[in-house]
Ligand binder design. Structure first.
Ligand SMILES: [Zn+2]
Ligand SMILES: [Zn+2]
Length: 215
């Protein structure tokens, strides 16, 4: 099934939020970073303008910049929230981060309603995504992969030539290297990487240019 991707860049951390949707108008929202009413409207307007039927909220991981809009999306669309259990501690930390960064009006994310695991296939009508666990930047970090559509939504594992921070709680450079070399880089070269920050890349490009090669 052909899938389409809409990208938004939200909040002070310039985080990428994605909507993946099918020809049948089924849609999932991945890492909703919308933090203001303006950003929330942008998300909702796209969904309304395209008559999308939101089926689920998915998180690659639960750093604050990726969960700003979780409560809003769950409340607005009455959908389940899917994430990996190893990132649950980060949900609580996000609330503290909001205070540290002095972010007003942060609405804490609800707890997940569906826990996902490595190798699981998520299916929402026309949408099918494979879950690939990829720790190192965050302990329960996952990628959402479509072989047929040749893309991976990979959160903060790699960010166009660079890799995600490992100095945050739960971060580990050796674990991240293993994720990049043995999981991300084993996907076909033509796979488009949609990262949590910055522009798109491909597995083939990152395999020859990513800074992780020099670490
Ligand atoms: Zn992150
Ligand atoms: Zn991020």
């Amino acid at each position: 099934m052909q899938l389409f991707i809409k990208k938004f860049t939200f909040n002070p951390f310039q985080e990428n939020t994605y909507i993946v949707y099918g020809q049948d108008k089924s849609a999932v929202i991945i890492d909703p970073g919308c933090s203001t009413s303006f950003e929330r409207n942008e998300l909702v307007n796209f969904i309304d303008d395209n008559n999308l039927n939101v089926k689920a909220l998915l998180n690659t991981h639960c750093h604050i910049d990726h969960v700003f809009g979780n409560a809003f999306v769950m409340e607005k669309y009455k959908v389940d929230f899917y994430m990996h259990p190893l990132d649950i501690p980060l949900l609580a930390l996000a609330e503290r981060s909001a205070q540290v960064y002095g972010i007003d009006g942060f609405v804490p994310s609800p707890q997940p309603t569906q826990l996902i695991e490595d190798g699981q296939i998520l299916k929402f009508d026309d949408i099918q995504l494979n879950v690939i666990l990829g720790p190192g930047h965050a302990p329960g970090h996952v990628m959402f992969y479509s072989l047929e559509n040749e893309f991976v939504i990979s959160g903060d594992i790699v960010i166009q030539g660079a890799f995600g921070r490992v100095d945050l709680p739960g971060g580990d450079i050796e674990v991240l290297k293993n994720t990049i070399f043995n999981r991300l880089f084993t996907l076909p070269d033509e796979t488009i990487i949609f990262s949590g920050h910055g522009g798109e890349s491909t597995v083939g490009i990152e395999k020859v240019s990513n800074m992780i090669l020099k670490v």
